[in-house]
Design a protein around this ligand. Structure first.
Ligand code: ZN
Length: 158
């Protein structure tokens, strides 16, 4: 028993769950986060909604960056047989590869879309968004076409 509690205090606790969870978030796959938002119509009456965001783990970001680099360099190689245009395309793709890869690596999250209830037609809606979209954002209800605004729920008190 004594040895067991000593083991727990010295080894299991410091190296335990917190560390494992840290490793999991550091090395595991991307996670999807649901953020609370408010869906407002032009009258400013808001309804609670959800914003789905994919958070990329660092190794995911590396893989995405390498895929981008591979794609651009493959395009560079693929452009070699194109007469005359290859003088522009091959170096262009070669240079664009690392630039786009770095841009992709820096992208830590991507917006998948929002869902909730439309304040105008009260229907359950799913709003598709650009991966780089930020809130607040004006868009249209996919059901009734009413202009709606997506606002983050945690409003800074000002
Ligand atoms: Zn609607």
């Amino acid at each position: 028993m004594r040895a067991m509690s000593l083991y727990n205090a010295v080894i299991a606790e410091p190296l335990g769950m917190a560390r494992l969870q840290g490793l999991a978030t550091r090395y595991n796959m991307s996670t999807v986060e649901k953020r609370p938002i408010e869906i407002r119509d032009s009258n400013n009456s808001g309804v609670a909604g959800t914003l789905n965001v994919t958070l990329f783990a660092p190794n995911d970001r590396t893989v995405r960056a390498l895929k981008t680099l591979g794609l651009f360099w493959a395009l560079a190689v693929g452009s070699i047989p194109i007469i005359i245009a290859h003088w522009v395309l091959v170096p262009g793709f070669l240079i664009a590869g690392p630039i786009m890869a770095v841009r992709r690596y820096r992208m830590t999250e991507s917006v998948d879309g929002a869902e909730g209830t439309c304040p105008a037609c009260k229907g359950a809606i799913k709003v598709s968004m650009e991966t780089t979209d930020t809130l607040p954002k004006w868009t249209y209800c996919p059901a009734c076409n009413a202009p709606i605004q997506l606002v983050p729920s945690e409003k800074p008190s000002s």
